[in-house]
Design a protein around this ligand. Structure first.
Ligand code: SF4
Length: 393
């Protein structure tokens, strides 16, 4: 347990993020912790780099909405201070606290306080001896560093351990965790370290973390982005929801990529819908489709959607057109319907559908097909296939 959050075993994969404020600035840090929790972080890590930071943590612990983990580098006494301040967990970097006696002192104090320790190995700050032995920060070097640290902890009867072996190189990060998962049964915290700003940082993080999660490896995750940490908390949460590892907690917007058939500026409509509904806490899938020719059918899995055509917006629920509105009012209509759908449920909203809407949508669809042509030439293609399939040779 990290505070109230279960980690490992059958517990859901959880999202971590880290504050960027000075920890000693209690108000600013607490405000960021609340923002991170609101964006989907289950656990927040804060740096504990001086005595003022440890004192700040003591003030924040009772006021934080999520468990706090103190990040410790170099000074083991600050770990003792953070434990005294009431943190829910520690992260120790084996490359930066190297004296066995210091590590064991911290482990005894954590054991007595009943809090876990994450052994956070980082390729960029690997123990110099291991770096020399392995030549570079190889998966073997990272795992050896982690297991050496774990042994120190185990020697003082401390087993409440989680491990990470982060690397900024995605294939090496993946290989390191694969090796670690074969070597140890402790829960693992996943991350691509120093991933950089979005979109590259997001892509690297997803590539590494999702690959491992799909193999059943990993218990907590963090996107280490060079961006507002709210972005990394949000991305972490979204990744878990998109992978089906956590229940949907907010909007899932699906939108067509647009094409020559589009009857509306799909990018603009999608952005407006996203701005209006993201963060609303409505756990629904909303589709924005550029044309009524293909839109409602292709997005029939979505809870609700809108498809444009001939100056109108066609509002659909589970693929069934329920209302037709002027194009200028389609975004507002979609938002209103999304809220109503969440409150009343799909059946109730379908029962209130405008009975003429589906016919009107079909008329528009046929009209557009007449103007734009059926790109698949379905009727002609079917006839040709039947012809070939039945012809005597
Ligand atoms: S829904 Fe219509 S506009 Fe969007 S990609 Fe498909 S055919 Fe093109």
């Amino acid at each position: 347990m990290v505070g109230s959050v279960a980690v490992g075993g059958d517990a859901p994969v959880t999202v971590q993020s880290m504050t960027t404020t000075k920890t000693a600035d209690v108000d600013a840090t607490l405000a960021q912790i609340y923002a991170l929790a609101g964006a989907g972080a289950d656990i927040v890590r804060i740096t504990c780099n001086d005595v003022a930071a440890a004192q700040g943590i003591a003030e924040m612990v009772p006021r934080s909405p999520v468990p706090l983990i103190a990040d410790i580098h170099f000074q083991y006494k600050l770990a003792l201070g953070a434990i005294e301040a009431g943190v829910a967990g520690l992260r120790l970097n084996p490359g930066n606290i190297r004296k066995e006696d210091h590590i064991k002192q911290v482990a005894r104090a954590a054991r007595d306080a009943g809090i876990p320790i994450r052994i956070g190995v980082n390729a960029g700050s690997l123990d110099k001896d291991l770096l020399e032995k392995h030549g570079s920060a190889t998966p073997e070097a990272l795992v050896e560093s982690a297991m050496l640290e774990a042994r120190y902890l185990e020697e003082v009867d401390f087993y409440d351990i989680k491990i990470s072996v982060k690397h900024s190189n995605v294939p090496r990060m993946i290989d390191s965790y694969r090796l670690l998962s074969r070597t140890s049964d402790y829960p693992l915290h996943l991350g691509v370290t120093e991933a950089g700003p979005p979109p590259g940082g997001l892509i690297k993080s997803v590539a590494g973390i999702a690959t491992l999660l799909s193999e059943g490896i990993g218990n907590t995750i963090r996107f280490s982005l060079t961006a507002d940490p709210v972005e990394e908390a949000k991305a972490g949460r979204q990744l878990l929801e998109y992978l089906g590892l956590r229940e949907r907690s907010d909007l899932d917007l699906v939108a067509c990529p647009s094409c020559g058939r589009a009857e509306v500026d799909v990018i603009d409509v999608a952005n407006r819908v996203n701005a209006a509904l993201e963060g609303s806490g409505l756990p629904i899938q909303v589709a924005v489709m550029g044309c009524v020719v293909n839109g409602p059918g292709e997005a029939r899995e979505a809870d609700i959607g809108i498809a444009a055509g001939r100056g109108r917006g066609h509002l659909f629920i589970k693929g069934q057109v329920v209302r037709v509105v002027p194009e200028g009012a389609m975004v507002e209509a979609l938002i209103d319907e999304a809220i109503a759908l969440h409150e009343e449920g799909a059946e109730a909203r379908l029962a209130k559908a405008d009975v003429t809407a589906a016919d009107l949508a079909e008329e528009t669809r046929i009209e557009l097909l007449g103007i734009q042509g059926d790109v698949n030439d379905t009727v002609i293609r079917r006839a040709t296939v039947a012809d070939v399939a039945t012809k005597d040779t």
